[in-house]
Design a protein around this ligand. Structure first.
Ligand code: HEC
Length: 193
């Protein structure tokens, strides 16, 4: 129909991937035309405490992955990590309620399609924490909330009332001790080792 038009190498790859997506996943070809997004993390080594006093937990990157979610509407993908206390509570099935000291991190990246259309983590967006302290954080559902924005890890909010946003949105899951995430089930015995 359009004899004068040409198909670029990248367009051809897209077409091939569309027609045979699984083959492309087994042996992805490298192309310079559309670079694969690169996940970035926080470069800051320190971060100021949140405006409600919650400290930043620099070791969160070594916590264990508990679950993952993505949001199509705002194009982010997220990983939910748990500290040792949380992981032990999951193993011992003592998460109703979660024990004091249990902590979660929810890390978000922009979801960027690579040249095959596969969504990958791109720019680091933010990290959020919830730390259980039944008495210490009694005024905010028994959890200390905090959110640090961007690679510079800027504490979120203009004053300590920022936490009322977190409280408002986590209140509906009161029967779950205000936690949304259900640990991924361990389906095989091997996985549980
Ligand atoms: C618009 C509603 C909403 C608001 C506001 C909100 N959250 Fe959440 N939060 C969720 C949902 C839904 C999840 C489940 C995981 C997901 O969707 O990625 C979640 C999960 C989390 C988790 C992982 C543990 C869990 O409950 O699953 C942390 C940590 C967290 N939020 C921290 C915060 C902090 C800190 C704030 C306030 C600065 C906040 N959230 C505000 C809806 C909200």
């Amino acid at each position: 129909m359009h004899p004068e038009s040409t198909v670029t190498a990248a367009q051809l790859e897209t077409l091939k991937a569309y027609l045979n997506p699984f083959a492309m996943q087994v042996a992805p070809a490298i192309t310079d035309a559309v670079p694969t997004p690169v996940a970035t993390g926080s470069t800051a080594t320190k971060a100021a405490p949140e405006l409600n006093g919650l400290p930043f937990f620099p070791d969160y990157k070594s916590w264990r992955a508990i679950s993952t979610t993505d949001r199509g509407d705002n194009h982010t993908m997220r990983v939910i990590l748990g500290n040792d206390v949380a992981v032990r509570a999951i193993t011992n099935k003592q998460i109703q309620p979660w024990p004091d000291g249990a902590a979660f991190a929810k890390v978000a990246w922009q979801a960027v399609p690579d040249w095959r259309g596969v969504l990958r983590p791109g720019k680091f967006v933010q990290v959020e924490f919830m730390v259980k302290g039944k008495t210490k954080y009694a005024s905010t559902l028994g959890w200390g909330f905090g959110r640090w924005l961007g690679p510079e890890l800027k504490p979120y909010g203009t004053n300590a009332h920022f936490a009322s946003e977190c409280v408002g949105c986590h209140t509906p899951v009161r029967d779950n001790d205000f936690v949304y995430t259900m640990p991924l089930p361990r389906t095989t015995q091997l996985e549980g080792q």
